[in-house]
Design a protein around this ligand. Sequence first.
Ligand SMILES: C=C(O[C@H]1C=CC=C(C(=O)O)[C@@H]1O)C(=O)O
Length: 327
Amino acid sequence: MTESIALYSLPDTDHFYEVCGPAEQTNPENVFQKRGVVFAPFEISDHPIYRIPGQPVKTTLTKYENFNWQKKHRPLHQTKQSTYQDMFHRAIQGIEVGSCEKIVLSTRSADTSSIPSLPAFLQQLRQSYPSAFVYLFYIPHEELWIGASPELLLDTNYPFQRTAALAGTRKGAPKLGDWPAKEREEHHYVEQYVEKVIEGQKFRKEGPHPVKAGPVFHLKTNYFIDIEGPVVNPFRLHPGPALSGYPVQAAIQKIHEIEDSSRHYYTGFLGPVWNEGNSRLFINLRCLEMLRDGQLLYAGGGLTIDSDATAEWTEIQDKLGTLRSKF
Ligand SMILES: C=C(O[C@H]1C=CC=C(C(=O)O)[C@@H]1O)C(=O)O
C-alpha cells in the first residue's frame, strides 16, 4: 500500500478514525472546502498544506501492526543545551531592544531508540492522555508524524465555533493561585490576540483556568463564538502568540533568525474537516517526526523579559517527556 494515512482519536474518546488515500496540497482559503484530514505547517511559505480527502471511518489500530512505514531520510539534527542557551540570550536581547515582548523558542531532540509498534504507541498515548488529540499522519517517504496535542486551534460546529488561548507552563499547579505573574502575562498575550481576531463577533469567554497536559499544567481560556457571518478561518488564528510570540510577525522574524532548524509541521495544525458536520483542528504540539535513522521530538516555550534560561530548558525537557516516556 502506498497511500497516505491519517489516524486520529479525539479528546475524551477511546476510538480511532482513519482516512486513507492520495494526499493533495491545498491553500489557506480552501481548508474547509472538502472533507478529509488537513495537515498544515508552522509556515506555509516553507512547506505545503496537505489534505487526505475522504470520510473518516472508525478503525482498529491492530491492522497496522505489521505495516511497513516508509520514512524519509534527513539528518537527526538536535539542539544542544549550549545552543539553546545561546538562542535564549539572542531572544532576550531582542526583547530588551523592544523588537518583541514575547518569543517562543523551540528545540529538537533526537532519539534513536526503536518504537517497536506504532499502533501500540498510539494506544499508549490514548490511554495516558485522555484529553489530548492523539494522531499519526503519514505520507510515504515524506511525512510521518505522531503526537498527543493538548491545544485546540478551532472547533467549527455550526452555529458555533470554539477556540482557546493556551499558554504558560508549570508542574504541579492545579489552582489559578499557583500561577505567577510571568506565566499569567504570557497567557494574556494569547488572550488578547484571540480577542482581536474575533472582535465584532458575539462570543462567550470562560477562564483562564489551569489544565493538565501530561506531565505539566497550562493556563487555558475557552472562547465560544456564535457564527453569525462567515466562519473564522483557522489561518486568522494561526500561528498565534502561543506558538510564535508577541507581536506575532516580529516574533516569527526573530524565530527565523535564531532557531537552529526549521519547525516543519511542529506548531502547525491538523485535524478532521467536516466529519459529521464538525471540523476540529488542533495545534501540532507534543509531537515527533519519524525519520529513517530515528525520531525528532519537538518542544518549545515562550520567553519574556523575566525568563530564566535554565528554567526554560527544564520546562522543555518536561514537555519532551510527554511522548518520550511512552516509547
Ligand atoms: C510551544 C509549545 O507550547 C506552547 C503551548 C503551551 C504552553 C507554552 C508555554 O508555556 O510556553 C507554549 O506557548 C510546546 O509545547 O512546544
